[in-house]
Design a protein around this ligand. Structure first.
Ligand SMILES: Nc1ncnc2c1ncn2[C@@H]1O[C@H](COP(=O)(O)OP(=O)(O)OP(=O)(O)O)[C@@H](O)[C@H]1O
Ligand SMILES: [Mg+2]
Length: 587
């Protein structure tokens, strides 16, 4: 007897549904697609228990009449294409006519809809794909879809879902991916009865980026290009903005968020040389292309696309990004950003403060002469490329200051050895040890900020941020919740440069985003991240006096061999090493 059997219908549809709907976030993705395709300009999303128990998406779009309502949960029913050829001219996000039927198969589904031109609303209720009830009801024009008990009939799938927090984060990511390109649609999101955000309709993608990523907007540069077959606009970050993850990289093709492998290649190609290893920029690209030149039908969840001529897109993106990053002074290039009156007031106050006061923000550099001569380090504590070590003790104060290479490496020499000190790594270690001391010994070193610093926390980590405020407080920050996702820092440790306060808090936010499960690890990681942000960057110009102050502090800092990430702070070359490099003989 043969081994092959024909699967029964209910198994087939469940397998097919699994290709489209694998977790609550996929439900949200599909329902948002439908609402946007229905021309809604306001979408409200409610979920509970990370979407595992309840998901509701309401829109004010064109709605459905009774006939369409009955059809929409059947497989392969769509109003968006009539034949495969229509994909050549696709203007909607959906086209397969399978999303609602897949959701219906694995949940208890209720759809209430009223077509724009109708006087009556209808509601439909189904369980596991079987229609239980259809009735007349009332609501404004538009559609509300409620998905309850997802996977109630697929316990194996349900078991593999993450915690409510994990699923919530994935849902937030899906909403972000839709809200960024559809900036002219308002999005409102509630989870477990709490309002997560209300992002009204915006006039530009930049305004929308600000809704979700307020910390990056000031560091963005505009890129735009029109080619024969496609065009794009977007924003990319200046090299001073770095993140240890790819949470700020988005690529949209005809407003569809896609994961395109070559996008990561483009970013690596442009930023690979200018950002430290393991760090990423912010890149938001909105590409428009004739639908006939891109295949959107290559992935069950429509996450990927295939370009007819991918090389052209890659080349154009790389060129335009390089152009914007290279022209003139990167820090002034780009579009002029608009700020709210409140932000303008704050930034003017900050500017006035700095004009009228003497750089008090770098208190560590003011004690230069007092401590510089004390700087002594043992040669064996230096990370050295030398093979021939002398046993002599070296004092940094006896070394001649030669200069700074690439605004990054402090060059020092004595008669036999050339030393390079990484200014960022050195400062990072100093700050890390200081934060640790403040935290563990409860050393009070805070100063009141004349002008408080406002920080907008991304909604994705807002709950985590609130739950971990005690770490920031323990590190010497007086920080107050101002409402929604806004916080105000009123005082900060004296050793943190005023201009860096916002950055340091963002460093803390990044460590929340990258959070390790182990709590003591998290504390250390967040402190490391904050120390990094509080430090002079590679590429920042510092003067000789500041160099001396930095080195003297380094001497008095424990563990001064490496930065908190384990990279060396100092390397040295002997006269002999250099002679060998130049193939001189007799040394
Ligand atoms: N929110 C909505 N407002 C108005 N009509 C809707 C809405 N949601 C679904 N529909 C109708 O139901 C049909 C089926 O929706 P479904 O999501 O299953 O398929 P699709 O969007 O056409 O294609 P895909 O499977 O690629 O998403 C849609 O084509 C549309 O006509
Ligand atoms: Mg759809």
């Amino acid at each position: 007897m043969g081994r092959i059997i024909e699967l029964d219908y209910s198994t087939v549809v469940k397998i097919a549904a699994g290709e489209v709907i694998d977790r609550p976030a996929s439900v949200v993705r599909e329902l948002l697609d439908n609402a946007i395709d229905a021309q809604a300009d306001w979408i409200t999303i409610y979920i509970s228990n990370g979407g595992k128990s309840y998901i509701e998406v309401s829109d004010n779009g064109i709605g459905m009449d009774k006939e369409d309502l009955l059809l929409c949960i059947k497989n392969h029913t769509t109003s968006k294409i009539k034949s495969f050829d229509d994909l050549e001219n696709l203007k909607t996000l959906g086209f397969r006519g399978e999303a609602l039927s897949s959701i219906a198969e694995v949940s208890k589904l209720k759809i209430i809809s009223k077509a724009k031109d109708s006087n009556t609303a209808f509601s439909l209720y189904s369980e596991g794909g079987n229609i239980i009830e259809v009735k007349e009801t009332s609501r404004d024009a538009g559609t509300k879809v409620i998905v309850e008990d997802l996977f109630f009939n697929l316990p194996a799938r349900e078991k593999f879902l993450g915690s409510a927090t994990t699923e919530l984060k994935l849902i937030e990511k899906e909403i972000t991916k839709k809200a960024l390109p559809f900036f002219n649609v308002g999005f409102e999101f509630y989870s477990d009865g709490k309002r997560k955000f209300v992002n009204p309709k915006r006039k530009s993608c930049l305004e929308r980026i600000y809704d979700f990523f307020p910390d990056v907007v000031e560091d963005l540069l505009l890129i735009e290009r029109i080619e024969k077959d496609f065009s794009f606009t977007g924003y990319i970050s200046k090299p001073n903005f770095i993140r240890p993850n790819r949470l700020y990289e988005y690529f949209f093709v005809n407003q569809r968020p896609v994961e395109w492998k070559s996008f990561y290649y483009v970013i690596q190609n442009v930023y690979g040389e200018i950002l430290p290893k393991g760090y990423f920029p912010a890149v938001f690209i909105y590409l428009s292309i004739n639908p006939s030149l891109v295949d959107v039908n290559v992935h069950p969840m429509k996450k990927e696309v295939k370009f007819k001529d991918e090389q052209k897109v890659i080349k154009s993106l790389i060129e335009s990004m390089q152009e914007v990053l290279n022209i003139g002074n990167v820090y002034n290039a780009g579009e002029k950003l608009e700020f709210t009156p409140y932000e303008k007031k704050i930034s003017e106050a900050i500017r006035d403060y700095f004009v009228n006061s003497q750089d008090k923000s770098r208190p560590d550099f003011s004690k230069i002469n007092a401590t510089y001569n004390n700087y002594r380090i043992k040669e064996e504590t230096l990370f050295s490329l030398n093979t021939e070590k002398t046993n002599q003790q070296k004092s940094l104060s006896s070394l001649r200051y030669v200069g700074i290479a690439f605004n990054t490496y402090i060059i020092l020499e004595d008669e036999d050895i050339l030393y390079l000190v990484d200014q960022h790594a050195a400062h990072e270690r100093i700050n890390y040890e200081k934060f640790k001391k403040v935290y563990s010994q409860k050393v009070l070193s805070s100063v009141n900020l004349l002008v408080p610093v406002k920080v907008d926390v991304p909604y994705v980590v807002l709950d985590d941020f609130l739950a971990n405020l005690s770490i920031l407080k323990g590190c010497g920050f007086d920080i107050e919740h101002f409402g929604q996702n806004t916080f105000v820092v009123r005082s900060a440790p004296a050793f943190v440069d005023y201009e860096m306060v916002g950055e340091v808090i963002l460093g803390f936010i990044e460590s929340l985003e990258e959070r390790k499960s182990n709590v003591s690890d998290f504390l250390d990681e967040s402190i490391r991240q904050m120390a990094c942000k509080a430090s002079i960057k590679a590429g920042n110009r510092i003067n000789e006096n500041e160099v001396k102050a930095l080195l003297s502090e380094l001497e008095n800092t424990p563990n001064n061999l490496t930065c908190p990430h384990g990279r060396p702070i100092i390397v040295s070359f002997s006269r002999n090493d250099l002679a060998k490099l130049f193939k001189r003989t007799g040394f």
